[in-house]
Structures are given as C-alpha cells and as structure tokens.
Design a protein around this ligand. Structure first.
Ligand SMILES: [Zn+2]
Length: 346
C-alpha cells in the first residue's frame, strides 16, 4: 500500500480516472427529445441517474461554449467571466495563458503526483504537437504539464486511446492497424489509469454528432460510449479508486436543436471521496479545486490564488487585464445561488 503523509497522519493514495465528455447535458426525461432517455444505454443511464446536476452557464449570458467551459473545468477559474463571453472551440491567447499558468494536470505534477492525459494524437513527428495552430484546452493543459502529448506509438503500446475509441476515424489519415471495440479501448485506458495517480481522457464525438443532427450517428456514438463506460466503471470497485465523469455544456440531450443548450451538465463521482465531491461541486468552477483537495501538496490551491492576477492581457486581445481571484469569487457566488440539484433520468 502506498501512503502519503499529512503532518503525522498517513493518508492512502487515491487514483482517479476522469472522463470528460463534450456536449452532454442533463435534459428532459423524454425519449422523443433526449436520446439519453431511451432504454438503450444502461451504463450511461445508471451513471447519470446518480449524477449531480451542475451549472455550465457560468453566470454569463449566451449559450455555454467549449473553450471557456473546458478552461473553467480544468483551471477552477471562471473563464467566461474573465473574457466576458462564452468562447467556442479552441482557446485564444488569453485563455491559453490562463491554462498554461496553472491547470489540473500541471498542478498534479507540481504536487508530486503521476498524472496522464490519455488521448492519443496522430502526429507526423514528435514535435508536431508544439506546432498545432489551434490546440484544444486539453492539449494546452497537457503540453504545459508534461511537455508532450501521447502519440501513435503510445497508442500501439496500449498506453493511449484515440478520441473516437475505435480508431475508425484514423483510417482516412492512413492508419492501417487494427480497429478496437469500445471495450478494448476501455481496457487500455484502465491499464494506464491503474498506474497513474490521476488520468484524464477526453471524448468529444458526442458534441460532434449532436451538431450534425443525424440521429443514426448519435445512437451509434452513444452505444459505443455506453460500452466504453461499462468497462471503465469497474475502475472504482477497488479501494482508493475514484471514477469521475463530467461535461462542459449541453448539446446531445436535446434533439430539437443542433446548438449547445443552457441545460446543466452531469458531475458523476463513484468510489473513494465521491460522496464529499458530490456534496461540494455545484458548477464547472468547483471541479478542479475539489479534485485537487484529494491530492494534498505543498501548494495551496484555492479559487482566489493571488499569483494568478499576474496573467496579463494577451496581445491583440480586447479584454482588459482582470484580477482572476476576484472574478472567481464573484462567479462562484453567482453559480451557487442559481444552481439546482436534480437527479436525472430516474
Ligand atoms: Zn459544440
């Protein structure tokens, strides 16, 4: 048994597997509108039935978007309030600076834990990640924490999982290796998560197929995700293991629209520390600080970390310099007052 010490008290070391799912909100329990309400996806439904419903609007007008939602999720800072709007897709200079300054993965490393971003990138060479013109939030976070992202060699050694789980999407990029079942992809991820203190995997096919509005595609993606999660759930059955699932905004749960929604998103926690987490997480803002509370270190992570005020206005940005600590405190108050707790898909 590995232990860490807080003062003179030994504390068992926890291992967390976190799955981030893009565009998965909590919608109506109506199968005509919400594909997740159909009796077809037992693992997803069971996980969501025990989810906490958390705010993704961040107290900013307009539809929640990926760049600001994911930045908030991985930094604990209300990125939408920082730039005064919801930002789509990929983070711009201001958000990238915020992510690089401090994020969930880099803080794990700083505190002396083993962490991994499990997604495989299909790159031409090992330096290609640094040349990406539009890196995602998770890419920026992983590069700042580790200096690299996992590539095809990691994938072939079963130490990384491609974003679509099956590798089917790699065929058009010249991949001629075997395709995987979602269950096999999950076993590869479990193998990695069992060796690391904290492992993050990002799945975004949900948001993609929701934007396209093709029902057949949506059912296929949900079926693959359900099978994937069915294997991953076993992770939390062992002692000192935690399984977490969350999203950045709604989309797939409402087939009446192909845009994002204002719905809350699920925060799922199963296993060690789950009860406390579920009682404290009310918004995307809370996820990183509360997860880091499970991993004590020398640094004291709080919503008002004063050093973050040094994040400067980015070149060509119209956003004025903001003291991030103040924004975070304010936004936290807003979302706590407006958040609702409802259990889903009962
Ligand atoms: Zn989207």
């Amino acid at each position: 048994m590995s232990s860490i010490f807080i003062g003179s008290t030994p504390r068992r070391r926890i291992r967390t597997l976190m799955v981030f799912i893009d565009g998965l909100g909590i919608g109506l329990n109506d199968p005509r509108i919400n594909p997740l309400a159909r009796p077809c996806f037992p693992n997803l439904r069971d996980l969501l039935r025990n989810a906490v419903s958390i705010d993704a609007t961040l107290g900013v007008a307009g539809l929640p978007q990926s760049a600001t939602g994911q930045t908030t999720l991985l930094t604990g800072v209300n990125a939408a309030q920082l730039v005064r709007r919801h930002v789509e897709g990929f983070p711009g200079p201001t958000l990238r600076a915020l992510i690089r300054r401090r994020n969930l993965l880099s803080e794990m490393v700083t505190r002396g834990y083993r962490a991994a971003f499990a997604n495989a990138y299909y790159l031409e060479d090992s330096d290609a990640s640094a040349r990406m013109r539009h890196p995602s939030v998770t890419t920026v976070a992983a590069l700042s924490a580790f200096g690299f992202v996992r590539d095809a060699a990691h994938m072939m050694r079963q130490e990384a999982v491609y974003q679509d789980l099956t590798r089917e999407a790699l065929r058009i990029r010249g991949y001629s290796g075997p395709l995987l079942s979602p269950e096999s992809a999950a076993r590869h991820l479990l193998g990695l998560a069992k060796r690391e203190d904290f492992t993050l995997f990002e799945y975004f096919q949900t948001d993609r197929v929701a934007h396209r509005g093709n029902e057949t595609e949506q059912i296929r993606v949900l079926d693959e995700l359900d099978r994937f999660l069915g294997v991953l759930r076993s992770f939390a059955k062992q002692r000192d293991r935690l399984f977490v699932l969350c999203s950045d905004h709604g989309n797939l749960e409402d087939s009446r629209t192909s845009t994002h929604t204002m719905n809350p998103v699920p925060f799922v926690a199963v296993g060690s520390g789950a009860k406390r987490l579920k009682s404290r997480v009310r918004s995307l803002i809370d996820v990183t600080p509360e997860l880091l509370n499970l991993y004590p270190g020398h640094a004291c992570f709080s919503l008002s970390w004063p050093a973050a005020s040094r994040v400067q206005k980015a070149p060509n940005s119209t956003v004025a310099k903001v003291v991030i600590g103040d924004v975070s405190r304010k936004s936290s108050r807003v979302t706590r007052n407006s958040s609702t707790r409802r259990t889903v898909l009962s």
